[in-house]
Write a protein of this length. Structure first.
Lengths: 127, 127
């Protein structure tokens, strides 16, 4: 399916590229895990399956977080921001969210200090 | 200044529009407050002043959060994501982050249920 041919979800304002911004937050630790994008189809798949889905701009395809790594995101709640162009996935994150092995993609400060926790070895997870 | 004529900040990957995505999170309550964008200048102003700055795509200008409302964001830490195209402002948020009067812009679920806390009366804050 293309980015736009699913039923419109109420209150959501997709951009000219058919995408909106998604922030994923761990519902328990409250860590902000990652920022990515979603198409209407990705939002629908997330609702239907209870697993975090996104749209990859670089690969130009819908993807389920954890499909290859097993590090799925079980959705506890999806929230929408005031102007409807960003959503918040509150998730139970299996493993770690970041492909580098950290719990969160935001594992460094602006000055380069590593403040995040490494929770898995990426060489053991990704071929 | 234009979006691009300041000194490049290490590790940051600005998009073709000269912007990256910013997530603001309350450092104490851990609520995700808002999603917006920043230019290199906005990041520099944030570093220099210790107050959250952004770039408004609709008004095409740099802005300081709270400049009119007084609801400034005192920066505790700025984090960068793995690929450098999103940053996380960890802030001490005065008042509320959302122009609607809620603490967070993410005050509703995808089904429209209001789950956020209203912390100020927007009619009393904005003219």
């Amino acid at each position: 399916m293309s980015r736009t041919d699913s039923v419109a979800t109420p209150d959501l304002e997709f951009g000219p590229d058919g995408l909106l911004t998604v922030v994923a937050q761990d519902a328990e630790t409250r860590e902000v895990l990652m920022v990515a994008h979603a198409s209407a189809d990705a939002i629908e798949r997330t609702r239907e399956t209870g697993l975090g889905h996104y749209y990859s701009r670089s690969r130009d395809e819908l993807w389920q977080k954890g499909q290859s790594s097993g590090h799925v995101q079980r959705i506890e709640e999806v929230r929408v921001d005031c102007d409807g162009d960003a959503v918040l996935y509150l998730v139970d994150q299996a493993g770690g969210a970041c492909h580098t092995g950290f719990e969160s993609c935001f594992y460094r400060t602006l000055d380069g200090e590593v403040v995040g926790e490494r929770v898995f070895d990426p060489d053991a997870v990704y071929e």
